[in-house]
Every structure is written in structure tokens, then in C-alpha cells.
Ligand binder design. Sequence first.
Ligand code: ATP
Length: 307
Amino acid sequence: FWEVSYNIAHVMHYIPVSIASAAAVRHIDELLDEPTRGADRPGASELPRISRDISFERVSFTYEGSERPVLDQFSLKLDVGKSIAIVGPSGSGKSTLLNLILRLYVPDEGRVTIDGHDIRKVTRESLRSGMAVVFQENMLFNMSIRENIRLGKEDATDKEVEQAARRAEIHKFIMSLPHKYDTVIGERGDTLSGGQRQRIAIARAIVRNPSLLLLDEATSALDQTTEAAINRTLLKVAKGRTMIFSTHRLTSVVDMDEIIVISEGQAVERGSHAELLAKNGLYRKLWDDQSHKSAASAVDDDDDDDE
Ligand code: ATP
């Protein structure tokens, strides 16, 4: 999967930037830099399958070339087995948190631990074997749907691919295509809607049977109806796993077990949607702002579920 992501990164360099979103390009840059930055330490141990918690312990982090720290002595403990949303104003560091869990970046100070193991001291392979990620833009390749899903797990059987597609609730659609799982989709997935592409990306993640599913603005680019439908699928898929879902769209997080609000390098509020509304703090403010906006856009709705 990571090897593939890395290959994708190479391929991406030869594709005009115009077809990739800024987010995808940023991610690709991260992957390109990754082999040196995220290398294993000598004597790195194997991380057992995640069972208790993911913790940020006084983590400080500043991107190279930037003056301002994104995280400053940031501490947060996330219990496994829950659906957890990370929300906050644009630029507050939501994606950065996921990047740090994935060890695409390492903290300048402090540490990120899984079940008490500093993730810098374990092998990258064991760290990521239990994880899968879905981004806002996921590369689909000019090959069959089956092969596109199998990118998540090289040796997945046809049955596993199909099971993953069922969980992502895209199986029926695939079966309605003339060539079913053998249907070749274009590089840009032109033949598919934004929601269908995203469901294929979810199937690609689920085929890994990850204990930790990370979603970075995975439904933010979709129209509201598609977004809601995919979020319902994700909540089902997340059962029995840990899901960390970063988004700036609060309508996506209402049903999550726990919502963490981050702002200016700190986790400032946490709780359920109802608890956070009752707090009358930043979450409430963001919620009210977005409710006004969606009321306005319902009148002048220019949302588009394709690119
Ligand atoms: P958004 O909701 O806009 O996606 P976010 O909360 O996910 O934002 P991050 O993407 O984590 O925020 O970014 C936090 C800060 O770090 C921002 O100021 C951003 O401009 C900066 N930043 C992010 N990635 C990089 C990078 N690769 N190099 C330099 N600065 C970066």
C-alpha cells in the first residue's frame, strides 16, 4: 500500500498539476520526501496490533521553512474503538495530526505513542500495516476497478475485493457495469461520480482490514447528500475499528462518538456533538457559522459532486 502510494507519487510527477487538487499535490510532496524522513531507526521493533490508545505527548511541530509552530506542546489521548472527529478552523493542524500518526512527519519535541510505544521506535511497516487512509482526492488508475481496489492489499483475493466493495456500498453499482469488476476506469475516473470514486477509495482502504482508519477531509468535496450517504457508510465500516476523521465540515461529525476541536496548536474542546453545542464555545461558534452558510447556499446552491 505504501509502496504503491510512493509509486503513485512518482507517477503524479508526470501528470499535469491541473488535474490534481492542491491537497493531493501536497500529499504527494509529502510522500516524495518521505523515504528519508520516515526511515526506521536501527533496532526498530515491531508494533503489535493497536489495542488501547494513540497519544500525543507534549508534541511541538513546525513545518520546515515556516516560522509558526502548527502544534505547540500539544497533548491528546485518543481511545481506540471509537469514531473520532478532528475539527477546527482552516489551518489549525487537522491534517498535520494525521500526518504525525502516519509518521509522514516526526515531532520536533514530544512524542506520538500507540499503546505506549513511541512510533519513531517501531518499524514503519508494522506501524502502517494496521492503518489505512482516505484522502479528499484519491488517485484512481487506468486499470480495472478490481485492480484499483487491490492497491490497498496486493494479495487480496477476488472475494476480499468484493467484500470490501460491499462494505463501501459500491458493489451493486460495480455489478451494474457491463464489465463489472473488470471495468477499466480512466485515470481521472471520469466515468465515475465524486461519490463513486470516494467509495472505491474506501473499498481500497477497507480491503486492508485496518484497525485504524484515517480520513482526511474524505467527504468534504462532495455535495451534501452524497457526503451524508458516505458518512453513514463510514460509520458502519468503522464499527470494531478506530476511525479518525479530520474535516472542516461539521455536518459530517454530528454522529461521531467523540469530536475534538483544535485551534492554535491546542485541543481546546472535546465531547459529543450535543455536549459541545451545550458548551457554547468554539465548536458552537463554528457550527453556527456553518449553519448560516448552508442556509445561504441552499438558496444559491452551486455545489458540484464532480471535480
Ligand atoms: P485545512 O482545514 O485548511 O485543511 P488543517 O487544519 O488540516 O487545514 P494543516 O493542513 O494541518 O491544517 O496545516 C496547518 C498549518 O501548517 C497551516 O498553516 C498550513 O499552511 C501549514 N502547512 C501544512 N502543510 C505544510 C507543509 N507541507 N509545509 C509548510 N507548511 C504547511
